[in-house]
Design a protein around this ligand. Structure first.
Ligand code: M6R
Length: 607
């Protein structure tokens, strides 16, 4: 989950490396560093904390080299200090790394026995020493890297530059992604094409196991077996402009307010909203042949699949299984014939989800990836790519990607229901008509911001918060609790409201805010009964409902947030907004970093 970049340039590369790192900061922001070659000598500058600190240092101590590598870190081994910041180097080589070297302790002990000394706690530093050791034994840089790669276990993307080698950059990938860019007399590598967008749109994606030896005029790629291979060059669509916050205070706020538009775009890709049918070109799955849908994802994307379970089971009578990717990949479940494996991911790079996808492919099961980044590894490796059109999401807390995922999943469930003969024309049009109204519901939900901000003023003093919901509101409760935890660092738990009495109700007292998500739907009355149970124990209720729900609930609440009335299929999408606003405003009252919360990274490319 770190971001790496490398450049062989015609000009000083330090400002370019920093520019690329700014685009990669979403992958981690614990520390940053760059190394360049000046008159054949390796020089580096590193700083703990955000990239801005490295920029300040560079301002006072500019680096002038024309070749270099850079890194923005999400700490795995060792604290997020300057000492552990990348690049790591010896007198021969500098290296940046994304991923984890699993056998690093054993390799470190071996190198220590040879007399190598370590100046960091990272797993990465052993890579620099292994390459150095191989070079001291007479190997040229490329051979030294190859010998080193053969000794590493784990997942890694690596980039190297070498003392005295002004026209050499070596990159290797096993797991996390790496892209190579070709410019006019310059060559680049980066963790993704967005990092390379200011320099070039001619991009080659390295495949798993590849090692690339680059000079300004040649790109040579070897596969895992050491055979020279040709990898296709594509024209990337990644914007060269850094996405800005516009008039918003945070990316997260901007992204929440983009939801009416992006949901509309995502729906319009799959549905003919005027004609109220599924678009012919998007009927890429034969749902009559699918006997079982296996959904795998992490975090917020996982909660999107939990909502989808209700939709597919209800509208298409299709059995659905949901798994956290981190469990699925090691459980190695049997996958009966007739299974369609669906992977949902904003980034398309999440290590566990990707590994699960590869497991399913290896089992010969049909795979579909519902992904926001079209150039991502999942989008490229799955049999079927289902795009969400949320645009670049920068805020670490996923907002618009979630509602885009839900919108596409709803469209797919309707299509599945239609193909499987569960929905007639009239029902299909009614459901699509309901989804077509979503931009309006989302806009109205966003107008609740002022009221929600006031509610959050009380919430910020809480040590623990409970979220409750039934049916599709249960995954929404889970998503609300996740958002609150990651942004405000307040402990939050979500329960299916009916589960509460089986244990967690013991937590409830008059200090406990309980946020209940309860549109006036088929589950409403049951949820109100569960609200009674917590109210009887003194809990402070915050009810998110609609007009009918507010009128039907006679319980005293601390606050009742009234959402627009809407059909059942639209509610889980629109009700995501109050979940996001609650987390956002509680975090603002507490003064935490909304776009870059502590300990997190946007793209989780380590397991
Ligand atoms: O890129 P992905 O959708 O695969 O990421 C999955 C999770 O890491 C992500 O949803 C995470 O939970 C978010 N920070 C939640 O806001």
């Amino acid at each position: 989950m770190c971001g790496i970049i490398g450049i062989l340039g015609k000009r000083p590369v330090a400002p370019l490396l920093v520019d690329g790192l700014k685009r990669l900061e979403y992958r981690g922001y614990d520390s940053a560093g760059i190394a360049t070659l000046e008159k054949g000598r390796l020089v580096r500058l590193r700083a703990g904390g955000r990239l801005a600190r490295l920029e300040e240092k560079l301002h006072n101590h500019p680096l002038y080299g024309h070749s270099g590598i850079g890194h923005t870190r999400w700490a795995t081994h060792g604290a997020p200090t300057e000492r552990n910041a990348h690049p790591h180097m010896t007198d021969k080589v500098a290296v940046v790394h994304n991923g984890i070297i699993e056998n690093f302790a054993e390799l470190r002990a071996e190198l220590a026995a040879f007399g190598y000394r370590f100046s960091s706690d990272t797993d990465t530093e052993i890579v620099a020493h292994l390459v150095t050791n191989a070079m001291e034994n007479g190997l040229a840089p490329a051979a030294a890297v190859r010998q080193t790669l053969a000794r590493l276990r784990g997942a890694f993307a690596l980039a190297f530059i070498f003392t005295g080698e002004e026209d050499l950059l070596i990159a290797a990938r096993k797991g996390p992604p790496l892209a190579i860019g070709r410019g006019e007399g310059e060559v680049y590598i980066g963790s993704d094409a967005i990092a390379l967008a200011p320099f070039t749109n001619r991009v080659t994606y390295m495949e798993d196991g590849d090692c690339a030896v680059l000079s300004r005029s040649h790109i040579i790629i070897y596969d895992e077996a050491g055979k020279e291979v040709a990898r296709a060059e594509t024209v990337s669509t990644g914007s060269s402009f850094l996405v800005s916050k516009g008039n918003h205070r945070h990316f997260m706020q901007k992204e929440m307010f983009e939801q009416p538009e992006i949901v509309s775009h995502s729906l319009a890709h799959y549905l003919d909203l005027g004609g109220k049918t599924v678009k012919k070109a998007e009927q890429v799955i034969d749902w009559r042949r699918v006997e079982r849908l296996s959904c795998t994802a992490c975090g917020t994307a996982y909660y999107a699949t939990l909502v989808a379970k209700y939709w597919f089971e209800n509208l298409a009578r299709l059995p659905v299984e949901n798994d956290f990717a981190s469990e699925f990949r090691y459980r190695e479940p049997p996958l009966p014939a007739g299974t369609l494996s669906l992977f949902v991911s904003q980034s398309g790079e999440t290590a566990d989800t990707l590994a699960s996808l590869r497991y399913c492919r290896a089992q010969g099961v049909k795979t579909a990836a519902l992904v926001n980044v079209a150039e991502s590894t999942m989008a490229r490796e799955a049999d079927i790519f289902l795009p969400t059109l949320a645009g670049v999401e920068i805020g670490v807390a996923s907002t618009k990607a979630f509602t885009a995922q839900l919108s596409v999943l709803a469209a797919l469930a309707i299509e599945a229901g239609r193909q499987r003969g569960l929905l007639d024309k009239k029902q299909e049009s009614a459901l699509i008509g309901a989804l077509a109204e979503l931009p309006r519901y989302l806009n109205e939900a966003l107008k609740l911001e002022k009221q929600i901000k006031a509610v959050c003023h009380d919430l910020m003093a809480a040590k623990h918060v409970l979220y409750l919901g039934r049916g599709t509101a249960w995954p929404l409760a889970l998503e609300g609790a996740l958002k609150l935890k990651e942004l405000s660092y307040i402990h939050a738990e979500a329960y299916a409201a009916g589960e509460l009495k089986h244990g967690p109700i013991a937590l409830v007292d008059e200090t406990m805010p309980v946020i209940v998500i309860a549109p006036h739907d088929r589950w409403f009355e049951k949820t109100v009964s569960n609200m009674q149970e917590v109210a009887a124990r003194g809990a402070r209720l915050i009810l998110i409902t609609d007009k009918k729900g507010a009128a039907a609930c006679s319980l005293k609440t601390q606050a009742t947030v009234i959402m627009p009335d809407q059909p059942e299929i639209a509610a889980p999408i629109a009700y995501a907004v109050p979940m996001q606003l609650i987390a956002y405003h509680t975090a603002l009252w507490l003064g935490t970093d909304v776009d870059q919360p502590r300990n997190l990274a946007k793209s989780v490319t380590v397991e």
